[in-house]
Design a binder for this molecule. Structure first.
Ligand SMILES: O=C1C[C@@H](O)[C@H](O)[C@@H](O)C1=O
Length: 267
């Protein structure tokens, strides 16, 4: 497994000075592979040019490998004003910028559900995701569907239905048990058995329901069974990325080292 993290999951700092601290902190924990989400204070790819330059400069200096981009693609609904922009611009802009840094993996969400959705909505979502996979594949990219509560890819069964319906070799799955648990509070194992042939990336975060919302916690403190997830991935000889999302709310400097200490003992 390749230990990885996300640009905004290491430290709460989003200032111009953040990248040296982020990269040093990650390297101290043995992590040099990154997914790009926030670039200082803005989400990829609509970022400040100078922030992008700084991320690249310090990335080179610290020997960081950027493997994946996460633009929040299709974190919008079918009838939303932003949908044509996501469909016609955000996906291609995300790949344009990724190519400049030799990244060929694009994370997408599965389109947010809306009150106006109807019987033909599933087919529309499949069409959008298939079209995205097709245009990505033509450029040498692969696409990873990340599950997210409130989207068409919310529970394990709904993710499976989408992955099977899109049915494209460039379209795989980013398994995020934290988000699955947030959606249905089920133990991961049953869903994992069905989804594992599609898993290309794993997002690791821990937490539990307190009151009526999910509270993100240090690894080992929540109910997503990080220990069991690692054991299952090891048993299946998973060799892909294990992307640490250590951020709690509010995000603190100690979140990343504390969760990494727990995780490293399991690897
Ligand atoms: O926008 C996002 C929301 C998070 O819950 C998710 O895990 C993350 O990967 C993301 O990009």
């Amino acid at each position: 497994m390749i230990l990885a993290t996300v640009t905004d999951e290491v430290l709460p700092d989003r200032s111009e000075a953040c990248f040296p601290h982020i990269f040093e902190t990650a390297l101290k924990q043995g992590v040099s592979t990154f997914e790009i989400r926030m670039v200082e204070a803005k989400r990829y790819p609509i970022v400040e040019a100078d922030a992008w330059t700084r991320m690249r400069k310090f990335g080179d200096e610290y020997g960081i490998t950027f493997t994946t981009v996460s633009p929040g693609l299709f974190k919008t609904g079918l009838s939303h004003d932003l949908m044509p922009i996501h469909r016609n611009q955000l996906a291609s802009m995300s790949m344009d910028l990724a190519e400049t840094i030799d990244i060929d993996v694009l994370v997408t969400f599965g389109v947010m559900r809306e009150a106006t959705d109807g019987p033909d909505s599933f087919a529309k979502v499949v069409e959008i995701l298939h079209e995205t996979a097709e245009s990505a594949a033509a450029r040498g990219f692969t696409v990873q569907l990340e599950n997210f509560p409130g989207s068409w890819a919310d529970t394990a069964d709904n993710c499976l239905a989408l992955l099977k319906a899109v049915d494209h070799p460039a379209f795989g799955y980013c398994w995020d048990v934290g988000n699955l648990y947030d959606a249905d509070q089920e133990h991961f194992m049953e869903g994992y058995q069905k989804l594992k042939p599609f898993i290309r990336n794993v997002h690791l975060k821990d937490g539990q329901y307190i009151g009526n919302h999910m509270v993100w916690q240090h690894f080992g403190k929540g109910k997503t069974d990080i220990k069991g997830q690692i054991a299952a991935l090891k048993a299946d000889n998973y060799k892909g990325t294990l992307t640490v999302e250590a951020k709690c709310e509010p995000q603190m400097d100690e979140d990343f080292p504390t969760s990494l200490e727990y995780l490293r003992a399991l690897l």
